[in-house]
Design a protein around this ligand. Structure first.
Ligand code: AQP
Length: 344
């Protein structure tokens, strides 16, 4: 049974990387008829301080982006993490399964904590354990994410395997069979935009927290702003190569071609077959047209949806109830396996 789970943090500035690396692929999974859960991970967001009023707006904005991109809340379960207690409960149990040495290797913590590591929140450090709980509370088998999440998904697999081994006897005693209780989740990382880079620096990933707004295309940017940012995007002086091989060592060119390919739902090779030999000025013009064509309807729909927070909150409430119905029995089984005495 294929079950898909993924999440996006409501930390503001949803960008083209989040869309092409994650949200657009969420829609593709939904349209392949998998059971999908898409979560606005608000408990992850507060690992860095968030203004409470702004956080509420950002939760609704990510939800609006999901719906505007094509996630159908009747087919997929759309909800915010804090409203299903199983995430936090399972995270605690997993805190006792995961090892400190495993977390010490997480590169995202090192990046986000920066030099002042002593002053980072405990939540920022434990974040990957909560992410494992997000996924495994539903015993999800597939997780579509951008490439930056690869290491966290490997940790999720390690936690699932260690839980299955540590409690093998109890898992069998409770009738769950020899394959263990938790599945070893498959990461779905791929496509031409698994790692969209900053428009200002081909060595840095496009990121919500980059100080320069010109480094990213936000899903809320209007068409003039999209055009301006693409035209200003850093490039090298050479024309585009005719084959993907020629993008090696040209990170900015590689990034723009990858973005074009993802928006057009094709490959870098196909884009270069069309634009090989073209100057960047011409290619950027085509990229602006394509980006505006694909992003404007999403932008307009997000505006329409965020104007009615009541509707968004109702979608989230309905999704949380449906998510809870899947996660609660899993949590009960985990509590039995671990040896807790449950009130009945
Ligand atoms: N640049 C990117 N290219 C492709 N995919 C990306 N994702 C993020 N950036 C890129 C994917 O988007 C999903 C949601 O990400 P997130 O909001 O949970 O957190 P993040 O990875 O920390 O995103 P940001 O935008 O880069 O935020 P900051 O600036 O806070 O680090 C994930 O599937 C992610 O892989």
């Amino acid at each position: 049974n294929e079950l898909v789970f993924s999440g996006v943090q409501p930390t503001g500035n949803l960008h083209l990387g989040n869309y092409l690396g994650a949200i657009k692929r969420f829609v593709e999974m939904q349209n392949r008829d998998a059971q999908c859960l898409y979560c606005v991970v608000d408990m992850h967001a507060i690992t860095l301080w968030q203004d409470p009023q702004a956080l509420r707006g950002q939760i609704r904005e990510v939800t609006a982006a999901f719906l505007a991109a094509g996630i159908d809340p009747r087919r997929s379960i759309v909800f915010n993490q804090s409203q299903v207690p199983a995430h936090a409960e399972l995270a605690w149990i997993f805190n006792c399964v995961a090892r400190i040495g495993w977390l010490n290797r997480m590169t995202q913590f090192k990046d986000k904590a920066g030099k002042d590591r002593e002053n980072a929140s405990v939540g920022l450090y434990a974040y990957p354990v909560l992410m494992a709980a997000d996924i495994l509370a539903y015993r999800a088998t597939h997780v579509p994410v951008g490439e930056d999440q690869k290491q966290h998904l490997e940790l999720t697999r390690d936690i699932a395997q260690k839980f299955n081994t540590d409690f093998a006897g109890s898992i069998m005693a409770h009738g769950h069979g020899e394959d263990g209780f938790f599945p070893v989740t498959e990461p779905l990382i791929g496509g031409p935009a698994a790692r969209v880079m900053s428009l200002r620096d081909g060595a840095k990933k496009m990121s919500k927290s980059d100080a320069s707004d010109n480094s990213r295309i936000n899903l809320t940017d209007d068409q003039d702003l999209i055009a301006q940012k693409v035209r200003k995007a850093k490039t090298d002086p050479d024309p585009l190569p005719s084959e993907a091989e020629g993008l090696k060592g040209r990170p900015e060119a590689d990034n723009l071609v990858g973005i074009y390919a993802a928006l057009a739902e094709t490959t870098r090779e196909a884009v270069l077959a069309q634009y090989g030999g073209a100057q960047f000025s011409a290619f950027k013009g085509a990229l602006v047209d394509l980006a505006v064509e694909k992003l404007s309807p999403i932008n307009a729909e997000m505006k329409r949806l965020t104007a009615d927070p009541g509707h968004i909150d109702a979608v989230l409430a309905d999704g949380a109830a449906r998510a809870e119905a899947i996660a609660a029995p899993t949590l009960d089984a985990v509590k039995d396996i671990v040896g807790f005495v449950r009130r009945t």
